[in-house]
Design a protein around this ligand. Structure first.
Ligand SMILES: C[S@@+](CC[C@H](N)C(=O)[O-])C[C@H]1O[C@@H](n2cnc3c(N)ncnc32)[C@H](O)[C@@H]1O
Length: 240
């Protein structure tokens, strides 16, 4: 994967604002999956759990969509300052909200995209139909990437994983099969694809180079060999 678009962004800006594996590269690969997401200028896109808004900037700049950059841990004011600095604040609306209580109209969005966030709030059966699907137009897309596992190992967690993460954190990491099983139960969305991003290593390596205290914490497990269990899982579904 060449990441021709992500490569054009300032590396230090990305390192300073990452909150996990390189979100811009994950999004670039997601948007290039053939026949999955067709983002066109002027579409309304919810970037759910946008963190410091790297993916919101990418969506607005690369596709000319109107982005609602929504996050819980990062304030709207902090993100607004970053979007202004990047000269893209006209096309990104920063919102501070919880995914369980989103302040948007039903059928408002052409797409809901969530990079490295959905596993924190979306693992409960029924959540997607109750909280997420209503906000999509008919034919609109939900597209998610989450850190996960190649196979579920929760009954016998390998010690390498415990070098950086406790059982509660590991509970959020799930296999493609687990996500397929959860989201195929949706009555409002039709599951289109579940798979693994090929950029796993590169996205993680970028993150592990950050000075961020969480990146430093994650190095222990990855240097200890936990990478062989890990994955980046994507899911794409369409509103019925
Ligand atoms: C690991 S960070 C990733 C941020 C960003 N997507 C990225 O990849 O750089 C996870 C993000 O999920 C967001 N998040 C967690 N729980 C949330 C919730 N209930 N509602 C909205 N956002 C949530 C956090 O605020 C945080 O910014």
């Amino acid at each position: 994967m060449k990441y021709t678009r992500s490569q054009t962004y300032d590396r230090q800006f990305l390192l300073d604002n990452m909150m996990g594996p390189n979100a811009m590269k994950m999004l670039e690969e997601l948007t290039e999956l053939p026949g999955m997401l067709e983002l066109k200028p002027g579409m309304r896109v919810l970037d759910l759990g946008c963190g410091r808004g790297l993916t919101s900037i990418f969506l607005a700049k690369e596709f000319g969509v109107q982005v609602f950059a929504t996050d819980l841990w990062i304030t709207a004011s902090e993100n607004f300052a970053r979007f202004k600095e990047a000269g893209i604040d006209q096309r990104i609306i920063p919102i501070h909200a919880d995914a369980a209580d989103l302040p948007y109209a039903d059928e408002y969005f052409d797409a809901i995209i969530s990079i490295d966030a959905y596993h924190y709030f979306g693992r409960v059966e029924g959540f997607v139909d109750e909280k997420i699907a209503p906000l999509l137009k008919k034919g609109g897309k939900l597209a998610i990437v989450v850190p996960g596992l190649k196979k579920d190992i929760h009954d016998n967690i390998p010690p390498e994983m415990l070098l950086s993460w406790n059982a509660e954190a590991i509970e959020t990491l799930r296999s493609p099969e687990w996500w397929r099983n959860l989201l195929s139960k949706s009555e409002r969305l039709e599951l289109q694809a579940v798979g693994e991003l090929e950029g796993f290593r590169e996205c993680w390596n970028d993150w592990l180079q950050c000075d961020n205290e969480y990146a430093i914490g994650d190095r222990k497990a990855m240097e200890g060999g936990a990478g062989k269990y890990m994955d980046l899982v994507y899911v794409i579904a369409t509103k019925r």
